[in-house]
Design a protein around this ligand. Structure first.
Ligand code: NAD
Length: 358
């Protein structure tokens, strides 16, 4: 076992949002590493019990990150490491529900930091979003030094706000925080839905022989990062001393063209329905996304090494293996899916939108 995995053996760990796409994969690695207890604080708004491992050293506390009773419940266990992944996800959701976004991503993050500071912890790892916080005018590849005041959705603002709160707790209280900036995570564990990322949504349509809706020209690029590579970066960020107080991209460092992605997914799934064009979302102002991973490489030895075609194949396989659960959980408004659900994940009647939301 690698040294930075070994470190988690016998530790008490809190993962907020641990039932979500990335959190559920992180929880697997932490329980496998022999943590004495991996607590999950999750309100299951976009996370699923069936997505969690059946591990004896895992405890799911169902509740909100702003709920003081739930926070006391998890912090009374004195977690040594906190991975804060719970978030109101993502851009379009925040445009539709800006106050819920602020509540979870803003107040929720502040409360987590307050409790972590109160009990004293070894490390607080914050899940920030590199796709969000650099704005659209940053030179490529995106580097950590760049700052933007031109963020285009409430989600982008509150993911940045979370980083600013982390900076405050680091500078003022010397809380050992690390800010990890993810780029377009994809892989096993992410259930498709109205507000989810393009890859799970494309696979979901493709497996039902439906055309893949491309918002924009199809020439846009994204830095798709396999979830296991992100989780590896998180495990490293929770361990290496050099990470403390720093912000760093966790990305693949490669660009994929959305039109090619659609073609590959259709080929992998045998979907002959092709693609359709739909209008670009107003907040979606970035035509290209490509991150530098140099800082994470030098500070924590981060090396994303999953080839995109391997990651995509694994993801399609995960869909096939979990199809009934996925179909039962995928949440789309009427007209967007055969799996029509009356309400979206937050219990609010949704309006039809493009499924390629992020
Ligand atoms: N997926 C990506 O491409 C991506 C990119 C950049 C950053 N991120 C960040 O990574 C983190 C994890 O993302 P993900 O893709 O796993 O998202 P996700 O939606 O799958 O997971 C988030 C989890 O948080 C839970 N949650 C939401 N609101 C909550 C609340 N108020 N209280 C408690 N739990 C709550 C959800 O039920 C879910 O299980 C998030 O912080 C997200 O902003 C993700």
């Amino acid at each position: 076992m690698a040294e930075y995995h070994e470190y988690y053996k016998g530790k008490r760990i809190l993962v907020t949002g641990g039932a979500g796409a990335i959190g559920s994969r992180l929880v697997r690695h932490l329980t496998d590493a022999g943590a004495s207890m991996v607590m999950i604080l999750d309100n299951l708004s976009s996370g699923y019990r069936w997505n969690l491992p059946a591990a004896p050293n895992m405890l799911l506390v169902e509740g909100d990150v702003i709920d003081e009773i739930r926070l006391k419940r998890v912090f009374v266990e004195r977690p040594q490491v906190v991975f804060h992944l719970a978030a109101f996800f993502a851009n379009q959701n925040s445009v539709d529900h800006p106050e819920s976004d602020l509540s979870t991503n803003g107040l929720g993050t502040l409360r987590l930091l307050e409790y972590a500071n109160l009990v004293g912890i070894e490390r607080f790892v914050y899940a920030s979003s590199g796709c969000s916080i650099y704005g659209s005018a940053a030179p490529l590849p995106l580097r950590e030094e760049f700052m933007s005041m031109n963020l285009t959705s409430p989600y982008q603002i509150t993911k940045m706000l979370g980083e600013l709160y982390c900076n405050f707790f680091f500078n003022h209280h010397r809380l050992p925080v690390v800010k990890t900036r993810f780029f377009n995570s994809y892989g096993p564990g992410e259930v498709p839905g109205q507000y989810r990322n393009v890859i799970p949504n494309f696979i979901y349509w493709a497996l039902q022989q439906r055309p893949l809706p491309i918002t924009g020209t199809g020439e846009e690029t994204r830095d798709f990062t396999y979830v296991e590579d992100i989780v590896d970066g998180l495990m490293r960020a929770g361990y290496f001393e050099a990470a403390i107080g720093q912000e760093m991209n966790l990305a693949s460092g490669t660009e994929t063209v959305i039109g090619n992605l659609a073609r590959d997914i259709n080929a992998l799934t045998g979907n002959t329905a092709g693609t359709t064009a739909s209008v670009r979302r107003k907040w979606d102002t970035k035509s290209r996304l490509l991150a530098s991973v140099e800082r994470a490489r030098s500070l924590i030895g981060y090396t994303p090494n999953t080839p995109f075609d391997t990651g995509l194949k694994n993801t399609v396989q995960w869909f096939r293996d979990n199809w009934e659960n996925i179909r039962g959980s995928a949440s789309f408004p009427p007209g967007m899916s055969s799996a029509v659900r009356p309400t979206d994940a937050m219990g609010v009647s949704p309006t039809p939108r493009s499924p390629q939301t992020r």
